[in-house]
Design a protein around this ligand. Structure first.
Ligand code: NDP
Length: 340
């Protein structure tokens, strides 16, 4: 079995986080339903990922798979592959749990579903608050953050952070918080470089974690109608060939060279190894300059159904607003979707 060695980044609270983690969002199908049938594949792939050397796992209450993630983690500890303290496990609090007391309930429920007694990192999934009925609750994320500070103080989690915050929201948070977030997890990839946001975070010692790190540069996400870089782009293929790597490895390495942590998701074992085999080469300055030119502000994840809600973090676009999918409002957890 080939092994991978993943270096760490240091967080602003002194803890270390592996520079590449395993993403666990299985996604929604065309009908907006959660792809629950992939849960067993996730168990296999995550188990394999830990065997080959992954130590950082990114999950969320929304992803429904906290029970599976917890089972795999406990199994690997029992097998002696890892100790709990070798792992860095992140989960997230959903938009319907933004009251400070609900943050605590959400974190405790995540711990129960995973069968763990602490989490390494818990993130506020979005700066906006939405009830399970889909109503804008207009709860200030500063109030929500006080709930995060409380779970940190109680020792339920080792670190707290945010996700999908823009510069303005972070600036307001930093001016009013007791604990500075360790991380801002946002979409970053070749099309969406987010230079201003990354510079702001790095200046303030907040680690940027890139979600959807491939954007549309994978065959499964090809969309010929949008201005996103394709996996068969000839310039990318040339650069990848020069380093003896795949285009996806070049994309992840580029993020690493920018000081950004990434959390690619794959259910394919060969890709589990491929995605983490990026720490043995250096993209040179000329190629970095070429890669920078793909940045065209194209966003892959754009939840327009929230765009008129308080604290929506992205620029608004001119499209018909659809309803919030039910699967982003109410759900149960686990492969049989029967766990609270
Ligand atoms: P990714 O950019 O990780 O892309 C996943 C897709 O790429 C899958 O279809 C996968 O296929 C394919 N893939 C993975 N590796 C390769 C490879 N080497 N070559 C070709 N195809 C590949 O997208 P995600 O949106 O899943 O983002 C990653 C993680 O970020 C999520 O799983 C989640 O943990 C987190 N996230 C956080 C969000 C937030 O709001 N905070 C929002 C979205 C994601 P296959 O599985 O078949 O191999």
């Amino acid at each position: 079995m080939s092994k991978v060695v993943i270096p760490n980044f240091k967080l602003n609270n002194g803890l270390e986080i592996p520079a590449l983690g395993y993403g666990t969002w299985l996604g929604l199908n065309e009908k907006g339903e959660f792809i629950v049938e992939d849960a067993p594949k996730l168990v296999d792939a995550l188990s394999y990922a830990i065997d080959v050397g992954y130590r950082h796992i990114d999950t969320a209450h929304l992803y429904r798979v906290e029970p599976e993630v917890g089972n795999v983690v406990r199994q690997k500890i029992e097998e002696g592959v890892v100790k709990r303290e070798d792992l860095f496990i992140t989960t997230k609090v959903w938009n319907s749990d933004h009251r400070p007391e609900d943050v605590e309930k959400s974190v405790k429920a995540s711990l129960r579903r995973m069968g763990l007694n602490y989490l390494d990192l818990v993130l506020m999934h979005w700066p906006l608050s939405v009830s399970v009925e889909g109503v804008d609750e207009k709860i200030d994320y500063l109030d929500t953050w006080s709930g995060f500070e409380s779970v940190l103080k109680q020792g339920l989690v080792k670190a707290i952070g945010v996700s999908n915050f823009n510069v303005e929201q972070l600036t307001r948070l930093l001016a009013n918080c007791q604990v500075v977030p360790v991380v801002n997890q946002v979409e970053i990839n070749l099309n969406l470089g987010q230079k201003e946001l990354v510079d702001y975070c790095q200046k303030n010692n907040i680690l940027v974690v890139a979600y959807t790190p491939f954007g549309r540069m994978v065959p499964s996400r090809l969309d010929t109608t949008c201005p996103a870089i394709r996996h068969d782009d000839p310039i990318m293929l040339d650069i990848a060939k020069k380093y003896g790597k795949t285009v996806q490895q070049v994309a992840l390495r580029y993020l690493y060279q920018r000081g950004i942590c990434s959390i690619p998701k794959t259910l394919t074992k060969t890709r589990v190894v491929e995605n983490a085999s990026i720490f043995d080469f250096q993209i040179d300055d000329a190629d970095v300059a070429t890669l920078q030119k793909f940045d065209n502000n194209y966003r892959t994840v754009r939840p327009v159904f929230w765009q008129n809600f308080n604290n929506y973090p992205f620029d608004k676009v001119d499209v018909d607003i659809t309803e919030i999918p039910l699967s982003l409002r109410k759900w149960k957890n686990g492969a049989n979707l029967d766990i609270d």
